[in-house]
Design a protein around this ligand. Structure first.
Ligand code: 6PG
Length: 243
């Protein structure tokens, strides 16, 4: 894979297969070197993670030891029931946790039965107990939308200006409904952030992240510059074509 260091983190450019292998390898490496009492790994939404879950389930790329003692969650979520195909946790559970036999007590969905602000507060408490005060996920997977959003930070999101230094938030995103999401402060408390972006549809968004003036309100994924020392981007050649 081609490697490049930028102000927004370390980039690896390769084929989809190489990217999927690297994503698994990074988490395995983080797990092997962890000092955390409870190793936490958060996934995200979108089609890329779902392809990756299927790939992991079919290749058995994650060792049994990691699966048995990792706590799994999602960094951002829609306020929908877990059995919805829009539920990020539901998809991760159906496509990865269930097929691979992750113990139920190691699965940590957002409590979508609560109203969104209460769901975010309940989740913050759960994560504080699991990871420890002030500590984020050991590994956080993210994606990037064609508009350069990441997690649930869409262009103009108030969280990009002021997240109150809280790690998680609920916000009603115009046109998209309620989202429960890690915040920029939350990202800065994670051990490792892995952003997977695949396909030509991401090329312009990635060009804007790297080459437009720093303005996360317009280019939300630029917020990753604030924690670039722990950010690894895994992108295919189509996505990297305008880097
Ligand atoms: C979501 C995520 C979102 C996603 C990107 C990329 O829940 O949808 O919050 O940020 O990661 O939109 O999605 P793709 O993997 O489909 O390109």
């Amino acid at each position: 894979m081609i490697e490049r260091i930028t102000d927004y983190g370390r980039f690896f450019v390769g084929t989809k297969e190489q990217i999927f292998e690297k994503a698994a390898a990074l988490a395995i490496e983080a797990h092997a070197g962890t000092k955390s009492k409870n190793f936490t790994w958060a996934f995200t939404g979108g089609s890329t993670p779902q392809d990756w879950y299927r790939w992991v389930a079919s290749t058995k790329a994650l060792p049994a030891g990691l699966l048995a003692n990792t706590h799994f969650t999602v960094s951002d979520e829609r306020h929908v029931p877990l059995n919805s195909d829009q539920s990020n946790f539901g998809n991760a559970e159906r496509l990865l946790m269930e097929p691979l036999g992750v113990p139920v007590e190691h699965r940590h969905p957002w409590v979508v039965a609560y109203e969104p602000p209460a769901a975010a507060e309940a989740y913050r408490r759960t994560m504080m107990i699991l990871a420890g005060p002030g500590k984020g996920y050991d590994v956080c997977f993210l994606g990037m939308g064609d508009d350069s959003h990441t997690a649930s930070f869409f262009p103009g999101s108030p969280l990009l200006e002021d997240d109150g230094n809280l790690p998680f938030a609920a916000l009603d995103v115009p046109g998209k409904g309620w989202r429960l999401t890690i915040t920029p402060a939350g990202l800065r408390s994670c051990g490792l952030i892995v952003v997977m972006a695949l396909g030509a549809g991401k090329a312009e968004a990635l060009r804007r992240v790297l080459h437009d003036p720093f303005d996360p309100l317009k280019v939300p994924s630029q917020i990753l510059q604030t924690c670039s020392d722990r950010v690894v981007w895994l992108v295919d050649e189509a996505a990297a074509s305008r880097m």
